[in-house]
Design a protein around this ligand. Structure first.
Ligand code: BJW
Length: 225
């Protein structure tokens, strides 16, 4: 049984109309990371952070999977039990395309998290600072996403998956954010064939044995074939 582990980043959703972070016109060109993607930023100005994620939740709700998401869902259907998609993306486009074995290591826009007690529940369209946690009643509702300085989700599943992977592919991720940025190198050392699919050279490109350059909607379906 071939084990295929696929890491996806913002680039796979770019052609679905969702902005990336570090491209020229990306989210970090318009917002300061410290303000919207750190626990300290949330403590300083929760309303600003809620507004940032409410706008992105609304955009994500309108977005549709593109041929890259669809190709990965087909891969999973054709290789049942052999494909794990680890996504850094907080949108739900892999699931919308039909992927089932998806691990959201940076959380999900459609989930709410109580910063006080850790309770999680489905997010409303508009999250507000005065929203009370349905479990503990405190008003520290935040999007269930992973900010800088926080521990990504699913580490207990990710590490063994990288060790066991026969093929490791990274799609549309710039290789700037750890721990995901080290996965190519780690999987290659553990014996996986590594392939990077990206519009351009990334910070992590040298860690991959094979490179396929181009828009995800074109290179991913060709790779999956
Ligand atoms: C296309 C395309 C098309 C475009 N087709 N391609 C110093 C050294 C090392 C590490 C650290 C350090 N100081 C601090 C750290 C740790 C820190 C970190 O990495 N900092 C760096 C800035 C250095 N990391 C953390 O804090 C993480 N936690 C952690 O490390 O905990 C410790 C720990 C780990 C493990 C075990 C135990 C303990 C948490 C990181 C959280 C990141 N959060 C965000 C926000 C999530 C919520 C939200 O969405 O708002 O995650 S930041 C943002 O970056 C988001 C993304 O998931 C992440 C990665 O971005 P991504 O996906 O790569 O997007 P881009 O925009 O960067 O790249 C897009 C790519 O697509 C480009 O390459 C384009 O070319 C390509 N592309 N169009 C194909 N059509």
């Amino acid at each position: 049984m071939t084990k295929i582990v696929i890491l996806t980043g913002a680039g796979i959703s770019a052609e679905s109309g969702l902005g990336t972070f570090r491209d020229e016109d990306g989210l970090w060109a318009q917002h300061r990371i410290e303000d919207v993607a750190t626990p300290e930023g949330f403590a300083r100005n929760p309303a600003l952070v809620q507004a940032f994620y409410n706008a992105r939740r609304a955009q994500a709700a309108e977005a549709r999977p593109n041929p890259a998401h669809v190709a990965l869902a087909r891969l999973e259907a054709e290789h049942e039990g052999e494909v794990l998609v680890i996504t850094q993306n907080v949108d739900g486009l892999h699931e919308a395309a039909g992927s089932r074995n998806v691990l959201h290591m940076h959380g999900q826009l459609d989930r709410a998290l109580c910063h006080a007690c850790g309770h999680r529940w489905p997010a409303p369209d508009e999250m507000r600072i005065e929203d009370a946690c349905p479990d503990c009643g405190r008003c520290q509702t935040r999007p269930d996403v992973v900010w800088f300085g926080e521990i990504p989700y699913g580490m207990d599943r990710i590490d063994p998956a990288l060790v066991e992977a026969d093929i490791f592919a990274a799609i549309g991720t710039s290789g700037n954010v750890y721990p995901a940025a080290a996965y190519g190198q780690h999987a290659r050392r553990m014996g996986a064939h590594t392939v990077e699919l990206n519009l351009e050279v990334s910070t992590a490109s040298r860690d991959f044995a094979e490179h396929r350059r181009g828009p995800a909607s074109e290179v991913v379906p060709l790779w999956v074939e």
